[in-house]
Write a protein that binds this ligand. Structure first.
Ligand code: SAM
Length: 254
């Protein structure tokens, strides 16, 4: 990490109170109200997020190859995109951030403009299932694959693997579930304790859970590993875990 240009923290920190009062049940969506509070929401909801973002910079610094493409798929407001941007440094890569939420992309443009790196970032408001991928060295799916319908995940990962250069990587962060019901219960309870410790009430935790459970489908670590290997990656490492949140590194051999 360069000392002169640390990954910037988003300047806007509106507090997430979206689920603080009784609301009628409806599925969670990445709309304008979520985009407005997103930095606060993800920091207080995802254990390890504030560690994973700077580590994406470290990993990108290691694996970005000069002249290659780098993709942040499901970039939201660009926290992971900016980490990649700083990790790329002066390696002359093309960096793409992709998200299908117009509200996210609109705000992301603002954060990219405030950042002090001069590396151009191309933002695309489109479905990552339609994104053209080629000549990639680093691709990031930071808590995005979990929102893609399970039956479409294998094809997306196979496209990423086939677009990845030898020696390139996919950084894949996900909420996971566990084979053992007992472990599932303990890890879920610890996650909820993390949210309580960050100021969320029981009502907020339960309403958010109901809203998100139809759209965020977690899978086991074993299922992720097997699918990444079948997709064409040669090695899968677990480099981070906190409760039911993990980050993996899928590597294509040199
Ligand atoms: C949890 S957020 C990602 C957080 C972000 N990567 C970060 O590190 O801050 C998931 C994002 O994926 C986007 N998303 C979900 N499914 C998508 C799809 N099929 N195509 C494009 N974007 C998608 C959502 O709009 C949302 O902004």
């Amino acid at each position: 990490m360069s000392k002169e240009s640390p990954t910037p923290t988003p300047p806007e920190q509106a507090t997430d109170r979206l689920f603080a009062t009784e609301r009628k049940p409806e599925d969670f969506r990445f709309d304008a109200s979520v985009a407005r509070v997103f930095p606060d929401m993800i920091r207080r909801s995802v254990p390890g997020y504030t560690t994973i973002i700077p580590m994406i910079e470290v990993i990108t610094e290691q694996y970005a190859q000069p002249g290659s493409n780098c993709y942040d798929l499901g970039c939201s407001l660009g926290a992971s995109t900016l980490a990649m941007r700083h990790g790329i440094g002066d390696k002359d890569c093309q960096l793409f951030g992709v998200d299908n939420s117009a509200a996210m992309i609109e705000r992301c443009e603002h954060y990219i403009a405030l950042d002090d790196s001069s590396l151009p970032v191309t933002l695309r408001c489109e479905d990552i299932l339609d994104t053209e991928l080629s000549d990639a060295s680093v691709t990031t799916l930071n808590f995005t694959l979990q929102f893609v319908p399970p039956e479409q995940r294998a094809e997306l990962l196979a496209r990423i693997a086939s677009a990845t250069r030898p020696g390139g990587v996919l950084i894949l962060s996900e909420k996971i579930r566990f084979e053992s019901e007992q472990e599932q219960e303990v890890q879920t309870r610890l996650h909820h304790e993390f949210k309580r410790a960050n100021g969320y009430s029981d009502l907020e935790i339960s309403q958010k859970r109901s809203a998100i459970e139809q759209v965020l489908i977690p899978e086991t670590l074993a299922a992720h590993r097997e699918r990444l290997l079948s997709a064409g990656f040669d090695q899968v490492l677990l480099w981070y875990q906190c409760f039911n949140f993990v980050s993996m590194l899928a590597i294509k051999a040199d």
